[in-house]
Design a protein around this ligand. Structure first.
Ligand code: NAP
Ligand code: ZN
Length: 352
C-alpha cells in the first residue's frame, strides 16, 4: 500500500514528553478522504493514553481525537464529501459494520472492537493508528462527520469527543424539557454536558470541587452549583436528579452522589476507568431503584445529530488555543483541573 509521511507530535514512552516525529499515512483508498488537520482538541484521554494510565498504550503514541480540517483528497468511491469541504473525525475510524451493535448505529460498542483514532489496530498499515496531533489524517468517509458551516471551526473540534460523549447519555436516558440533570466535574466533558443538557431544556446542576468555577458554570448555563465537599450543600439536593453525568477522570467516592438521585435515577460514568476503591453502598440502589451505568462516546449517526443540533442551537466549546509545542505544559495544567474549558491545538503551529 502506498504511503506518505507527515509531521506529528507524540511520545516514545509513558514518562517522556511529547515531541515532533514523522508518521506514515496511507494514500487515500477508494472510500477514504484525506484531511488537512486545522484544529485538534486536547482530551484528558490523550493524556491517559500518552502516560499509559489504562495500560495497553502502544508507542510511539500520537494522541488526538477531536479533529477538524479541510479535505485535500478523496477516493474515487467517496460520495459524502468533496475536496475543499470541512470534515471532522472523532474517537473512531473504523468498526466491523456487521455485528448487532454496528447494525444499530452503535459502532462505539462494536462487538468485534471499533478502531480507535489512536492506539487502535490499523487495518490498512501494519501497527497501530495515530491521532490528530499531526498534519493530515486519512479516514474512511463513513467515519467522517460534516461540520455545520455557521459554527466557529476551532470551537467545534471538542464536540467530536467531549460533545458526543455527553450527548449520548443525555439522549439515551431521554433528557428533555424539565429533566433534572447534574454534571460532576467542570472540565472539557463537564462544560459540554452543561451546554447540551441546557440545549435539551433540562434544569442543570454542577457538582464541582472548585468554588472558583461557580461563576463560569452559571455563565455556561448551569442553574445551580453544588460544591461537592460541602456536606450541607450535598444534603440540600438529596433525592433530586433524574440523571447524573460523572466526568471525573480518577478514582472517587460515588456514594455521596447516589443519594442525590431521585427514585429511578441513574448515575452514568463517562470518566474513570478502573476499580473504585470506596465500593458502592447498595441501599440507595435497592430502596430507590437507582442505577450506576457507564457510556462511551457515541455512534457516527448520533455524532452527526449532535453536530447538527449544535449548529441549530449555536453550541460550541469554550476553548483556549495553544500551539502544538505547548502540549506538555497543557497536560500539566489539565492535571491541575486548570483548563477553561478545552485546549485546542492550532495545527498551523506544527508547520513552523
Ligand atoms: P478534564 O477537562 O481534565 O476535566 C475533568 C474535571 O473533573 C476537572 O476539571 C475537575 O473538575 C474534575 N476532577 C479532576 N480530577 C478530579 C478528582 N481527582 N476528583 C474529583 N474531581 C476531579 O477532563 P475531560 O477531558 O473532561 O475528561 C474527563 C474524563 O472522561 C477523562 O477520564 C477522560 O479520559 C474521559 N473520557 C471518556 C470518554 C468516554 O467516551 N466515556 C470520552 C472522553 C473522555 P472540578 O474542578 O469542577 O472539580
Ligand atoms: Zn476524548
Amino acid at each position: 500500500m502506498k504511503t506518505f509521511n507527515v509531521k506529528a507530535y507524540g511520545t516514545e514512552s509513558k514518562d517522556a514528553d511529547l515531541k515532533e516525529m514523522q508518521i506514515e499515512r496511507r494514500e487515500a483508498t477508494p472510500k477514504d478522504i484525506e484531511i488537512e488537520i486545522l484544529y485538534c482538541g486536547v482530551c484528558h484521554s490523550d493524556l491517559h493514553t500518552a502516560r499509559n494510565d489504562w495500560g495497553g498504550t502502544k508507542y510511539p503514541s500520537v494522541p488526538g481525537h477531536e479533529i477538524v480540517g479541510k479535505i485535500t483528497k478523496i477516493g474515487e468511491e467517496v460520495t459524502k464529501f468533496k475536496v475543499g469541504d470541512l470534515a471532522g473525525v472523532g474517537c473512531m475510524v473504523d468498526s466491523c459494520k456487521e455485528c448487532e451493535s454496528c447494525a444499530q448505529d452503535l459502532e462505539q460498542y462494536c462487538m468485534n472492537g471499533s478502531t480507535g483514532t489512536y492506539n487502535g489496530i490499523d487495518k490498512h498499515l501494519e501497527g497501530h493508528t495515530f491521532g490528530g496531533y499531526s498534519e493530515k489524517v486519512v479516514v474512511n468517509e463513513d467515519f467522517c462527520l460534516k461540520i455545520p458551516e455557521n459554527l466557529d471551526l476551532q470551537a467545534v473540534a471538542p464536540l467530536l469527543c467531549a460533545g458526543i460523549t455527553t450527548w449520548s447519555p443525555l439522549k439515551h436516558w431521554n433528557v428533555k424539557e424539565g429533566s433534572k440533570v447534574a454534571v460532576v466535574g467542570l472540565g472539557g466533558l463537564g462544560h459540554m454536558a452543561i451546554k447540551l443538557a441546557k440545549g435539551l431544556g433540562a434544569e442543570v446542576t454542577l457538582f464541582s470541587r472548585s468554588p472558583d468555577k461557580i461563576q463560569d458554570a452559571l455563565d455556561l448555563g448551569a442553574d445551580a452549583v453544588v460544591i461537592s465537599n460541602y456536606e450541607n450543600e450535598m444534603e440540600a439536593v438529596h433525592g433530586r436528579f433524574d440523571l447524573i453525568i460523572d466526568t471525573v477522570p480518577y478514582d472517587h467516592d460515588l456514594n455521596p452522589y447516589m443519594s442525590t438521585l431521585n427514585i429511578n435515577g441513574t448515575l452514568v460514568l463517562v470518566g474513570f476507568i478502573g476499580k473504585m476503591d470506596e465500593g458502592l453502598f447498595t441501599p440507595p440502589m435497592i430502596l430507590g431503584r437507582r442505577s450506576v451505568a457507564g457510556s462511551v462516546i457515541g455512534g457516527i449517526k448520533e455524532t452527526q445529530e449532535m453536530l447538527d443540533f449544535c449548529g441549530e442551537h449555536n453550541i460550541v466549546s469554550e476553548i483556549e488555543m495553544i500551539k502544538m509545542q505547548d502540549i506538555n505544559a497543557a497536560y500539566e495544567r489539565m492535571l491541575k483541573s486548570d483548563v477553561r474549558y478545552r485546549f485546542v491545538i492550532d495545527m498551523q503551529s506544527l508547520k513552523n
